[in-house]
Design a protein around this ligand. Structure first.
Ligand code: SF4
Length: 377
């Protein structure tokens, strides 16, 4: 795995933000210590707009002479990781990003507005996906990325093919390789994408999930119900695994705010873990969500339930990034499965999986009766 040589012995995990209900003051916004911008990025209006945003915030900018990001590695792997997580690069997405990949069971297609995330989740799903030091890359060629989506209308193997989800239209998932809300104050890309879908007069849906809460810029956008905003939430006793994200209370307040602004909303309950008293912990989470959404008119709520899993590669990366973590990743306590691509993943044993599925699904059904459960995986 390419990231192995960046693995630190330990890192400072930022604590989650303080619990708060006021979405105008969500968790502290990320301020990268270093911003890199390539010459090619500055040929795009959106690249120049991102640059203007970061300069207006007084962030230090390095204008690169080449379009390649160089010198990101360091002999000290801890420093390489810390530096990468504190760096934003404004770049042009490679041409491969314009050839969309299916992303079941969430959506028909994956669309990347950026890659990387500044937070420090010990179970980060990006660990097995990104290569090289985890710099956050914001894509300057946003116009091309959005214009490209039209070629996929009506195609896809998830919402375009399943009768029970056909009402969602052709779906595009924007949070596979990044948390787009966590960097929105720097990029504006998510607002542009939401506005693009709002103006796209067709059965389409933009989807993203987030562990952040800075939704204020999204509340007045002309979304026309074509973006589903989901919040990635977990039992409160899993919060210690989510360094640098918004607190659960801030996320729930943000959930209420976007639902009141007329967005279809959702919960990504993930990664589900057998934390102590897991049944009670997830029941409490469902009650907190119900309380947060009480009285919201015309609520359109979905729930996705995703259990924790890891691959040998993602485990290596995560143990390098967070060597002090007590996240349970012992292969002996898991079932070994082969993916359809022939790679190995470790999931919870069948008995535990069934117990969690039955209990948590039932909890969601009874506590959030208005919710549509999309899948358990
Ligand atoms: Fe990874 Fe999401 Fe956490 Fe960012 S917020 S570190 S993408 S799990």
């Amino acid at each position: 795995m390419v990231l192995e040589d960046t693995a630190p012995d330990s890192i400072t995990i930022e604590p989650p933000g303080d619990a708060q209900r006021d979405v105008s003051r969500p968790a502290r916004l990320w301020r990268p210590r270093r911003v890199l911008v390539t010459p090619a990025a500055l040929e795009h209006e959106h690249g120049r707009a991102i640059l203007a945003r970061v300069e207006a915030l007084g962030l230090p900018v390095e204008r690169l002479k080449s379009n390649r990001l160089m010198g990101l590695r360091d002999a000290d792997p801890r420093k390489a990781y810390r530096d990468a997580k504190a760096t934003l690069a404004i770049v042009v997405a490679p041409p491969t990003k314009l050839k969309l990949q299916p992303i079941p069971p969430s959506a028909d297609w994956r669309v990347d507005l950026a890659e990387g995330c500044p937070a420090h989740c010990q179970y980060c799903y990006l660990a097995g996906s990104l290569s090289g030091p985890p710099v956050t890359r914001a894509y300057a060629n946003l116009d091309a990325i959005l214009a490209n989506l039209g070629g996929y209308l009506g195609q896809g193997g998830v919402t375009s093919a399943q009768a029970e989800r056909s009402g969602e239209g052709t779906t595009f998932e924007a949070s596979c390789y990044t948390d787009p809300l966590g960097i929105e104050h720097l990029t504006g890309s998510l607002s542009a994408a939401i506005t693009h879908f709002g103006a796209w007069d067709a059965p389409v849906q933009l989807r993203f999930t987030t562990k952040f809460a800075g939704v204020a810029p999204l509340l007045t956008l002309p979304h026309r119900g074509r973006t589903r905003i989901r919040f990635s939430v977990n039992a409160r006793n899993a919060a210690r695994y989510e360094g640098g994200t918004a607190s659960l209370d801030a996320r729930l307040a943000a959930l209420r705010a976007v639902a009141q602004a007329g967005y279809p909303v959702g919960l990504t309950i993930a990664p589900i873990l057998p934390v102590p008293d897991w049944a009670d912990a997830y029941a409490a989470l469902a009650r907190d969500v119900a309380e947060a959404l009480a009285g919201v008119p015309n609520l359109d709520l979905t729930v996705e339930l995703i259990t924790h899993r890891f691959t040998p590669g993602s485990k290596d990366v995560l143990q390098g990034w967070y060597p002090g973590s007590d996240l349970p990743m012992a292969e002996a306590e898991r079932s070994r499965k082969l993916t359809k691509f022939g790679s190995v993943k470790y999931v919870f044993p069948r008995e535990l999986m069934q117990a969690m599925r039955q209990t948590i699904t039932e909890t969601v059904r009874t506590t959030l009766p208005q919710a549509r459960i999309l899948y358990w995986t």
